[in-house]
Structure formats: C-alpha cells, structure tokens
Design a protein around this ligand. Structure first.
Ligand SMILES: C[S@@+](CC[C@H](N)C(=O)[O-])C[C@H]1O[C@@H](n2cnc3c(N)ncnc32)[C@H](O)[C@@H]1O
Length: 307
C-alpha cells in the first residue's frame, strides 16, 4: 500500500517486508499483545509514531518535540507536516517524506535505521489515530522485531474548533461529534454515513479527506432532503500561516470552495456548533456539580467535570 497524506491505495512492490501478513497476524491478538505497563506519554524503546499536530509548530506536544529533537531519522507525512516544524525541531535529523512510498519501502527504511542504532521517529499529521494509517506500519515493524508506540497529537478538528472559537460539543445544540470521511476510493457509498450524522441534528460532523469533494458531498445531502440552511464551515490549513475559513451552508458551501480552489488540506464541519444557534449553559457551573453524586449513586459529577 502507498502511504500518502490522503491515504490513497496503491500497488504492492514486493520488497522484503510482508506488511499484510503482519497486519493479519497482529489482528488476532491486538488486546493480548498490548505492551504491559505502557501508557500514553511514555517513551519506551522503539519507534514513536508521533502526532505532529495540525501544522503550527507550537501545537506539537512536549514529548513529541523532545523525541524529534533527539532523532537521527524523521520520516514524516509530507505536505501536512509543516516544514517550519521540521526546521524548528528536526534540524539535526535526516528527514524523509513518506509521500509516494509504499509500506514495502517504508518499513525496511525505518527498521534498518533502527537496527543500525539510529534514533528513528515517525511523524504523522494531526493525531496518528485519525485517518493516519499508522497501525499497519507499527504492526509491520513489530513483525520485524522493531517495537513502535503512539505519541498523540492535536487532530485538525481541534485546531479548527479553536480557530472558529467554538466547541464541537455544545449543550443543547451539538451533543455528539463524528469524525468521518466521504465516499471515494477507500469508502463505498454504503459506508458513507455523513447523511446519517447530519440527519441526527445534534451531531457536529467533521469531514476529513473531503476537500476535493465538498460539492458532491453537499449535493448528496441536498438530494437526501437535508436542510440547505444547515451551517457548514471549511477550515483550510488550520493553524498554518495561510489558514483560511470559508463559511456557508449545505446549499452554498460547494460553490464557495470551488471558487476558492481548495482541493485538499481542509476540514469540513457541518452542524449548529459552527453556526449561530444559541446553546444552553452547562450543568457544571450552575452548582449542580458541587451538590455531589447523582441520586442513583453514580459519580457523574466527576465524570462531567470537563463539560
Ligand atoms: C490523512 S488525513 C490525516 C488527519 C490527521 N491525522 C489529523 O488528525 O488531523 C488528512 C486530512 O486531515 C485534514 N487535515 C489535516 N491537517 C489539517 C489542517 N491543518 N487543517 C485542516 N484540515 C487538516 C484534511 O481533511 C486532510 O485531508
């Protein structure tokens, strides 16, 4: 499989590693093979798969930055990892873009460097757990005897909500969040649930990998009878110097994006959280939390502390 920013399928080249066999093998025991005692934030032996964040170098975690600064080889996700970040934190490392490289090329590249005693880092855009195709690389490395682990990052939806000065969840308006992508090479039409999420009414739908298909996505929503006035905001290059915000509705956003000419690197957010709708104050700051546990004895007051 060719690993690119857009997660596009490619062709096998038949090099040394057999990534599919490694994935099949790992799939059977993902729970039992989880490293004992490891928790997010730890930096054990192995290759860290680091979330580089949305673009602004300041949005890389402290752990991610320290690992990058210590690296000899940084394999990064190409155009969605800001070159400013590479210059700031990876200046002493050899940097290699993963764009256009398949697993059969990437795995030996990282394995050989690691086995030669180099400190190797894999940098994914945003958080590697969201449309990152990271696990297949980690499983393939593990099958070659090279341990790998995650270091989380700020996914682009969180950068976009900060830019928009909104919350993806808003009391009474947006009770749920969906991270999704539109149908295409990877997703069959029946696996495309954007219409379902929008139809629920109180979901903030964050569409990754869909910049090139905004018009088609909106046309499908209109054909399915969704309200053309539903708010939609597109954030291009969230947190980058050339960040751009385009606001519209299901009925209008397609044309606006075509006019702007964006075909990649934007997040499409549908729902009232990016519109003008009023919202309800939370229970947390009305004294409810300090009154203690619910009458059913559960500890919701503590669980809701992030409201
Ligand atoms: C292969 S996915 C990787 C997502 C990444 N792992 C994350 O957590 O943000 C690439 C898609 O993420 C979105 N994306 C990544 N960085 C972005 C940014 N700075 N601003 C807006 N969208 C971004 C775009 O939708 C892009 O097509």
């Amino acid at each position: 499989m060719v690993v690119t920013d857009d997660d596009a399928p490619g062709t096998d080249t038949g090099a040394t590693a057999d990534p599919q066999a490694a994935i099949d093998e790992a799939s059977g025991d993902r729970r039992t093979s989880r490293p004992q005692g490891f928790t997010a934030g730890d930096t054990p032996e192995g290759i860290p798969f680091i979330g580089a964040g949305p673009g602004d170098p300041g949005l890389l975690t402290v752990t991610g930055r320290e690992l990058c600064e210590a690296a000899d080889l940084v394999v990064h996700a190409g155009s969605l990892v800001n070159s400013e970040l590479l210059e700031a934190y990876c200046a002493d490392a050899e940097t290699v873009s993963s764009i256009g490289k398949d697993l059969e090329e990437l795995i030996p590249l990282m394995r050989d460097a690691y086995e030669a005693g180099q400190t190797v880092v894999r940098l994914h855009s945003g958080d590697p757990a969201i449309y990152g195709a990271a696990l297949e690389q980690m499983d393939a490395l593990a099958s070659e005897g090279v341990p790998a682990y995650f270091v989380p990052g700020v996914t682009s939806a969180f950068a976009a909500s900060a830019t928009l000065r909104t919350q993806l969840t808003l009391n009474g308006v947006a009770n749920h969040v969906a991270f999704t992508r539109p149908q295409g090479k990877t997703l069959d039409p029946e696996e495309d649930h954007i219409g379902d999420f929008v139809g629920m009414g109180d979901v903030t739908t964050c569409i990754y990998l869909g910049t090139h298909a905004v018009s088609e996505t909106m046309d499908r929503l209109l054909e399915a009878g969704h309200d053309p006035e539903t708010p939609v905001t597109v954030v291009y290059h969230a947190s980058w110097p050339d960040e751009d915000v385009i606001e519209g509705t299901i009925g209008s956003i397609g044309e606006k994006i075509e006019e702007a000419g964006y075909r990649a690197s934007a997040l499409v957010i549908i729902g009232e959280a990016v519109g003008e709708a009023g919202y309800d104050r939370s229970y947390l700051y009305d004294g409810w939390a300090s009154r203690g546990p619910d009458s059913d004895g559960t500890d919701d007051a503590v669980q809701e502390a992030d409201d």
